[in-house]
Write a protein that binds this ligand. Sequence first.
Ligand code: ADE
Ligand code: ZN
Length: 315
Amino acid sequence: MYDWLNALPKAELHLHLEGSLEPELLFALAERNKIALPWDDVETLRSAYAFNNLQEFLDLYYQGADVLRTEQDFYDLTWAYLQRCKAQNVVHTEPFFDPQTHTDRGIPFEVVLNGINQALKDGRDQLGISSGLILSFLRHLSEEEAHKTLDQALPFRDAFIAVGLDSSEMGHPPSKFQRVFDRARSEGFVAVAHAGEEGPPEYIWEALDLLHIKRIDHGVRAIEDERLMQRIIDEQIPLTVCPLSNTKLCVFDHMSQHNILDMLERGVKVTVNSDDPAYFGGYVTENFHALHTHLGMTEDQARRLAQNSLDARLV
Ligand SMILES: Nc1ncnc2[nH]cnc12
Ligand SMILES: [Zn+2]
């Protein structure tokens, strides 16, 4: 089944480039940039990848991103991810990046963007993988800081297909970012947002009604609110679900409890994605395969999930 799932043409719609930083590349970049790491070796780092919640993961994820310094680093990161896409027949990808994670460390916005963009272009030309980049605001920072990030992005407007919202969800509802999303949409950006990963269904309502998002990232807690479920089904609003992420971050205790197939059978436009594959134990095919192993996902269901991902592309 793994090989069959791997060969299935699919799109990835929820992937943080910084979360595709494998420990081996992290160590190589640390050496190249002469950065001392608190871990002795790759295995020690990998053994630290055990999380009880989103915040524990984010603390390590931001620490890991510190090795990314030059345009070449961002190129190498993105190129390594695109090669994984090629190997797993991901024919289209819409990755996120978090500019504030880098600009707050003094890395110029253009350095980050140029490295990523050159790799995405080479991915199109050399690997045949189409793509669109999503600029994501960090929700644990202020709306004021998100406005500054949007200012930095506007000279490169054509480099982005959308804006997103990620990082620590609890205590940072979508309403906190209503004005910056208004502004982004008035500049022609499509909007997406993480909502209902750890946060309650109310955050999904806010993301839909206040941020006017076209796609919900995660959204698994929608199942707690029947009226919300009905809206998502009626309006066919896609959910970018990340099964391995949800189990690694204890959103579900075990994959056998995941609700993605229940949602699929109820008519929700759910898709399968890897979120932060270097940290959560696998890329898209591993996520599909876990659904087969622990939930008995059939070939027909896998085909529908893959088709949903192709249908839910923004570009
Ligand atoms: N799963 C996730 N949720 C929120 N922010 C993130 N940033 C990277 N991965 C994330
Ligand atoms: Zn995510």
